[in-house]
Design a protein. Structure first.
Length: 327
């Protein structure tokens, strides 16, 4: 079974939860920009939560499946429709994000226009996309050119294999409520927080930051009140960095590191976005305004535990539904 790309969006890539355990060797994590949506969609379909999916940045796109398939769209509403094999006859006008949908052999999924905020969607299929893992992950590393499908974005004509799965047994009316994107990101002070002057420490939370067009999967550039170091601070050596870290280059305009971020960096780090809010980076399109608010470490841990519990409950509910269906 496979998915054929009939029309490719500007950036279609195969992604999972990322390449873990290799950053000490200079290999970035990569992976999907919205890890929460990926896990929700996979669990809903009965997949392993790390099964590879398709990340869709902007639209339009047209995809055909060679055999019957169940799928879930997540993220920004892509105004998707379900088409017959002739790609012209509309079988279902609206494919609602967050719910399971079934396509028969030869039928197509058309994504027409992603809504703001976001312009990024995610497509998971039962069985996951069965591309060859590289260093333990199926994620596409666009910078280094490996992983995913031939280490690149998908193009028209590509045929991507889909993994084997159990007979279609999930109900089409099953769905999950997506998190609502909001412009407030919760942060913790980073290693260099106290190296910034008091005005900058306050400005970090008081400023309404604007996302710049130069933003991408490596980093999201912000514009606002310039942040400055204390006059006594000298140049520092590079250190290990992670997605979510907020670095401040000489311009004083912060950069939030994202999924494809490098593994080391020399710019001072003023704060870091907590893990439960990292999914929101996927929907920070140019022109979006955001704010930061500091939380305690205990609160960050509590929010993380609650998110893991919600995913576990989704997993358990899917297992329960399969059990009762088999009785």
């Amino acid at each position: 079974m496979s998915m054929e790309v009939l029309r490719a969006a500007p950036l279609l890539t195969i992604q999972d939860l990322g390449r873990q355990g290799w950053r000490h060797l200079g290999v970035p994590c990569c992976g999907v920009m919205d890890p929460l949506a990926l896990q929700q969609a996979n669990l809903l379909l009965g997949n392993d939560k790390n099964a590879a999916a398709l990340e869709i940045t902007s639209t339009p796109a047209l995809l055909r499946f060679t055999e019957p398939v169940q799928l879930v769209l997540m993220g920004a509403d892509a105004n998707a429709s379900h088409l017959a094999a002739d790609t012209k006859t509309v079988l279902k006008q609206s494919v609602t994000p967050g719910f399971i949908h079934t396509l028969e052999a030869g039928e197509c999924l058309q994504l027409q226009r992603t809504a703001a905020p976001g312009l990024r969607a995610l497509l998971a299929v039962a069985g996951g996309f069965d591309v060859e893992p590289v260093l333990g992950s199926r994620s596409t590393d666009l910078i280094n050119g490996f992983g995913g499908w031939q280490g690149r974005a998908l193009r028209a004509g590509d045929q991507i294999p889909v993994g084997k799965t159990n007979p279609l047994n999930q109900a089409d009316n099953r769905g999950v409520r997506q998190q609502n994107w909001h412009p407030v990101f919760r942060i913790l002070p980073a290693a260099d927080f106290k190296r910034f002057d008091q005005r900058s420490r306050s400005a970090l939370q008081e400023t309404l930051w604007k996302v710049q067009p130069e933003s991408n999967r490596m980093g999201l550039r912000l514009q606002g009140e310039p942040l400055t170091l204390l006059s006594s601070v000298t140049r520092q050596l590079s250190m290990g960095v992670l997605p979510g870290l907020i670095q401040v280059p000489p311009s004083g305009q912060p950069v939030i590191l994202a999924a494809d971020a490098q593994t080391t960096g020399g710019y001072p780090a003023i704060a870091s976005i907590i893990s439960v809010d990292l999914w929101q980076l996927a929907y920070m399109t140019p022109g979006t305004h955001i704010q930061f608010v500091e939380v305690s470490l205990a609160e960050a841990h509590g929010l993380g535990s609650r998110q893991r519990l919600q995913l576990q409950r989704l997993h358990d509910s899917v297992l329960d539904s399969q059990h009762y269906k088999g009785l």
